[in-house]
Design a protein around this ligand. Structure first.
Ligand code: SF4
Ligand code: SF4
Length: 367
């Protein structure tokens, strides 16, 4: 890292003072993580490297560049995959810093139009999620709640159904929560709306002992964004894959397959550290350790609201993962988070089956 010549107050975006260390660390860095970022790999522009995105936010915060949409936009060019942090000697938290930058730019009405539209349409999203989840709600009370997540519920109803069935087999009666965790609001930069939604979610789940979460993306939100908002969930949070890994003996190992390749979602593997659990489950069901997509944990392009704010780049990232899968021999591609599933299914264009670990677990429990 080079020396820092000056240190001036962040007069234009004072909210980013709290991220000064992270922003400065990147701004004065020789960009050692540049090849790790799926966004700048898909669209090779200097401003889209982790260094470029952080430096742009830093310069805007200090007033060195005008507060304009063109300087705000790079903050939304991040899937939150964490690959840069992994590659960084300083373990610099770029994704969370860029989320703070989104909030700072949003407070000046500089969020991209697609992100603003998502916030504007939030009530419609909440209503659609409630209605999609309603079919899984059954009568009866339970001390255990289940969150399926909006993306599975709205865009992969086959997996939502399998996740509900798998969790009921593993833990018994559950109450299905008909809410979204609120992550899209956070990714849009709508901090006040997100904080208020998180408080509502906490109130809705108060009284449960345990909250089982099907989508690791929601679990990341609870572990990071809820904490930052000062919202604590009363129930203990576990993942569907945790429940399955704790009961490997309940999974019937009769899906012996050699044409299965595992795509590890960044949320589940790199961020939540549950790669071993997912592989243990798949290994038990198929009878052998799964082959892997070439870039272990390679980003699918589905996170961070990228499919909404930069759809072409998001699609290019997913297409690159599918091409790696194809080059490695193809077969069925198994992933384990809703945004990866939707992105990879779209990119595969029916050329391969793209399934979710929830479906494999449900099948193994039915046998
Ligand atoms: S994340 Fe680390 S390696 Fe990448 S630009 Fe920032 S400080 Fe440098
Ligand atoms: S978190 Fe991922 S997408 Fe975001 S800047 Fe880092 S490597 Fe790029």
């Amino acid at each position: 890292m080079t020396t820092r010549p000056d240190r001036r107050p962040m007069v234009s975006l004072p909210m980013l003072e709290a991220r000064r260390t992270e922003l400065e660390t990147c701004a004065y860095c020789p960009k050692l993580c540049r090849s790790a970022c799926p966004v700048s790999n898909a669209e090779p522009r200097e401003t889209l490297t982790p260094w470029g995105k952080m430096t742009t936010a830093y310069l805007a915060a200090q007033g060195d560049v005008p507060l304009e949409a063109s300087f705000a936009r790079p903050a939304w060019a991040c899937t939150g995959c964490g690959a840069c942090t992994n590659a960084c000697d300083h373990r610099n938290d770029v994704a969370s810093s860029l989320t703070s930058a989104r909030e700072a730019f949003s407070s000046r009405d500089l969020a991209p139009e697609a992100a603003q539209r998502m916030v504007h349409d939030w009530e419609a999203h909440a209503t659609a999620t409630r209605s999609a989840v309603a079919k899984h709600i059954s009568a009866g009370r339970s001390a255990i709640a289940l969150l399926v997540g909006c993306t599975y519920s709205l865009r992969a109803s086959d997996v939502a159904r399998d996740a509900v069935a798998a969790v009921r087999q593993l833990v018994g009666q559950v109450e299905v929560i008909d809410m979204c965790c609120g992550k899209p609001l956070k990714m849009a930069g709508a901090r006040a709306r997100f904080d208020s939604h998180a408080a509502q979610f906490a109130a809705r789940t108060r009284g449960f002992d345990r909250l089982v979460v099907a989508d690791p993306g929601c679990a990341v939100t609870f572990a990071t964004d809820y904490r930052e908002a000062g919202v604590r969930l009363a129930p203990r949070v576990s993942l569907l894959v945790d429940e399955a890994a704790a009961q490997l003996g309940a999974l019937v190992a009769s899906d012996a397959r050699t044409d299965v390749r595992y795509h590890e979602p960044c949320s589940l593997g790199r961020i939540l550290g549950r790669g071993a659990e997912a592989r243990a489950v798949l290994t038990t069901i198929t009878g052998r350790p799964p082959a892997e997509v070439t870039v272990r944990g390679g980003c699918s392009g589905g996170g961070g609201l990228l499919p909404v704010t930069m759809p072409a780049v998001s699609q290019a990232i997913a297409v690159a993962r599918v091409a790696e899968h194809d080059a490695a021999g193809g077969g069925e591609l198994v992933t384990a988070c809703a945004s990866s599933l939707v992105s990879l299914r779209r990119a595969a264009r029916g050329q391969f089956v793209v399934s979710d670990l929830a479906t494999w677990i449900a099948r193994a429990l039915r046998r």
